[in-house]
Design a protein around this ligand. Structure first.
Ligand code: RIB
Ligand code: CA
Length: 319
């Protein structure tokens, strides 16, 4: 009987989702019971193919992979961001997957897995929240089987990425984000503020590509892709940082804060507005707000080492 935490991951693989999957599947602290896919970084079919391809490439156990929502709840979806490459996962040219998806819709897979679970489970959400929102709306009582949601999304004090005000996962499906964050479920939000902190240098990425483990070489290839795309000497471990906070919460500083998801059209759509005021007694908050645990910063060195150790490539790090 291991002490590994049973988790479900919701992804839009995506180069940095792939890094998160590499960490989650390699870590003895987590027992990945299923992976659900949603449209976001690329079209749903590509997300599923990338996820299956990655799992095959590292010889992962037969963890179920289920395809979910192929567009946001309300809008047609944003164009695939070019930064992830033509295939959405750094164009590494990995062999086509032999394994196949679970043949059940992701929302039904989540319902069934949570309903059948002995106790509440942890969900790690690294993508637009369309699957999770649909789950909560279709099966409200399933909330009793969700221990906590770790959500990569939004901004705390940092600027947006996909727009000046909004982070991609939340902006891609703002209604889904509002449904999930305002559900009242325990949420740990991993916003862009820590997301941009945890990096590999281009030299470290090159060393990873020469490492023994397939996962390390894939991580290095993805990191080098991002370095080349942005013309920078470093790249982010991205979504993998969210997984790191589940594995090693002591490496993250968080605070409980009220948050509002901006749904109105225009410049602020998809923004996560936090009430960071010191004095709030007697001052109003208009619209819908909910309290979440938001990660404001992380120990980047600690998480870089955690990632490299999971990849069996600690020698690739410069520090
Ligand atoms: O804004 C970053 C997030 O959007 C990451 O999860 C990335 O994979 C994309 O989904
Ligand atoms: Ca993602």
């Amino acid at each position: 009987m291991t002490n590994a935490l049973p988790v479900l991951l919701d992804v839009d693989t995506g180069g940095d989702d792939a890094l998160a999957l590499l960490l989650a599947t390699a870590s003895p602290a987590l027992d990945v019971r299923g992976i659900t896919c949603v449209a976001g970084n690329c079209a749903l079919e590509q997300v599923v193919s990338n996820t299956l391809t990655l799992l095959d490439a590292i010889g992962a156990p037969p963890v179920p992979v289920a395809a979910g929502m192929d567009r946001p709840i309300l809008e047609p979806g944003l164009p695939a961001p070019p930064l992830h490459g033509r295939d959405g996962m750094g164009d590494l040219g990995l062999p086509a997957p032999r394994r196949s998806e679970a043949g059940v819709h992701a929302v039904e897979f989540l319902r069934r897995t949570l309903a059948d679970s002995a106790g509440p489970m942890t969900l790690i959400c690294l993508a637009p929240l369309t699957n999770i929102a649909m789950l909560l709306r279709l099966y409200p009582r399933i909330e009793d089987k969700i221990e906590r949601l770790y959500v990569m999304g939004g901004t705390f004090a940092a600027p947006g990425n996909t727009t000046p005000a909004a982070e991609f996962n939340v902006r891609y499906d703002p209604e889904a984000a509002a449904i999930v964050l305002h559900s009242g479920l325990p949420v740990t939000l991993y916003p862009l503020d820590p997301f941009v902190q945890v990096r590999f240098t281009v030299e470290e990425a090159r060393k990873l590509t020469q490492a023994k483990g397939a996962g390390a070489r894939i991580a290095g290839g993805i990191a080098l892709h991002y370095c080349r795309f942005f013309g920078m000497e470093f790249s982010l471990i991205g979504d993998a940082g969210t997984v790191a906070t589940v594995i090693d919460p002591a490496g993250a500083a968080s605070e409980r804060r009220p948050v509002h998801v901006a749904l109105s059209s225009g410049a602020t759509r998809g923004a996560t507005v936090f009430d960071r005021r010191i004095l709030t007694d007697g001052f109003a908050r208009e619209g819908e707000w909910t309290d979440v645990d938001v990660v404001s910063k992380v120990d980047a060195t600690r998480y870089r080492k955690l990632m490299a150790a999971a990849l069996g490539a600690t020698e690739a790090l410069d520090d």
